[in-house]
Write a protein that binds this ligand. Structure first.
Ligand code: NAD
Length: 365
């Protein structure tokens, strides 16, 4: 039976990497019916919101979506569509595998890490008070009454909520993921020595949940130490589970370990729905140039195939991508030794090369 999937092409380089990814996913032989819907600043005039209700309805109906990046305009008051989508659909876990493939130029080899980032709480909860506003001043006065330290009246305030419920479900998800994909260890990352009631709670709950999974090793790391460890010996780590902000920062760090943003995929997972997307943004300066690397979104498509219960097709796609990477010819500028290498191909040509590999696998089988 065909899988019905919502496709949000996005903006900037989104439509190009989405079109390339769609071609490749169609070529895996898995029957996919695409429900294509736009979101972002481009639909504001027509719908009065960057996130039209029919986009959410489509995802709720299909339960699976794949999206290109969407620009968050700076200074217009429009909040991030990406953050809104995660919140509206309660996509509480953001999974970002960071795997090195032979042929990728990186200082590191044999890295195979998975970041599980809590996606709904922490400093990203969107509870903020602007400096100098009546609400901001009221919050400061209230907090100054409540505790001993004085917050300066010209401060901006961002609130960092971390709940037992939010932590429990994402840490449990990380362990279940580790078990499902044959991983050996989960590392919980925090700054509990300083933020005792938020990160401290995160650590306490992590330890409790770990007891439910005696077959998976558990350890914790303070986030600054984790950064150093990842740069020095990434091979020691496996699955890492992190609160939202640390997860965001370490995702880029880990993407850097395995070849950069052009190769880093992601999956936003909730109880009901899943939305797959690359880690990178809309790279506006490259929009319309057929230049950026579609592999991050293609690898996100591979994760989607696994989620849809199509592991064989996912393996075939991974092998085809790995073969194109290993050959190093039909790849975009970011994967060449010299970024101005004139032999670098465009977004669309990468899709053609990956499809050729898929077809030659079929012929060889
Ligand atoms: P970005 O990831 O768009 O681009 C930063 C740089 O990384 C680019 O200039 C380019 O040099 C490189 N790069 C990114 N993707 C690449 C690819 N596929 N191939 C080759 N090189 C690539 O980050 P940014 O400039 O900080 O953000 C641009 C916009 O995207 C912002 O509006 C931001 O809010 C948005 N954004 C959206 C998402 C999302 O949709 N999930 C994620 C991150 C950023």
């Amino acid at each position: 039976m065909a899988h019905r999937v919502t496709l949000i092409p996005g903006d900037g380089v989104g439509p190009e990497v989405s079109a390339a990814t769609r071609r490749v996913l169609d070529a895996t032989g898995v029957e996919l019916e695409w429900d294509v819907l736009d979101a972002g600043e481009g639909v504001m005039a027509q719908h009065g919101t960057p996130m039209p209700e029919q986009v959410l309805e489509s995802i709720r109906r299909n339960r699976v979506a794949i999206k290109g990046p969407i620009t968050t305009p700076v200074g217009t008051g429009i909040r991030s569509v990406n953050v809104a989508l995660r919140r509206e659909l309660d996509l509480f876990a953001l999974v970002r595998p960071c795997k090195w493939y032979p042929g990728v130029r990186s200082r590191y080899r044999d890295v195979d890490l998975v970041i599980v980032r809590e996606n709904t709480e922490d400093l990203y909860a969107g509870i903020e008070f602007q400096e100098g506003t009546p609400e901001g001043l009221e919050v400061i006065e209230f907090l100054n009454r409540l505790q001993e330290r004085t917050i300066r009246s010209d401060s901006g305030i961002s609130i960092k909520p971390i709940s037992r419920t939010g932590t429990e479900r994402v840490v449990r998800f990380a362990f279940q993921y580790a078990r499902q994909y044959g991983r050996r260890k989960v590392t919980s990352v925090h700054k509990a020595n300083i933020m005792k009631f938020t990160d401290g709670l995160w650590l306490e709950v992590s330890r409790e949940v770990a007891k439910e999974f005696p077959d998976i090793e558990f350890e914790d790391r303070i986030v600054d130490n984790m950064c150093m460890q990842l740069v020095q010996k990434p091979e020691l780590y496996d699955v890492m589970v992190l609160p939202n902000l640390y997860g965001d920062i370490l995702s880029d760090l880990c993407a850097g370990l395995v070849g950069g943003l052009g190769l880093a995929p992601g999956a936003n997972i909730g109880q009901e729905c899943a939305v797959f997307e690359a880690t990178h943004g809309s790279a506006p300066k490259y929009a319309g140039l057929n230049k950026t690397n579609p592999m991050a979104m293609m690898f996100s498509g591979m994760l989607m195939l696994r989620h849809l219960g199509e592991p064989a097709a996912a393996d075939r796609l991974e092998a085809a991508l790995a073969a194109v990477i290993a050959e190093g010819r039909q790849v975009t500028y970011d994967m060449k030794a010299d970024r101005d290498d004139p032999t670098a191909v465009g977004t669309d040509e990468v899709a053609t090369a990956v499809i050729a590999k898929l077809q030659s696998q079929g012929a060889a089988a």
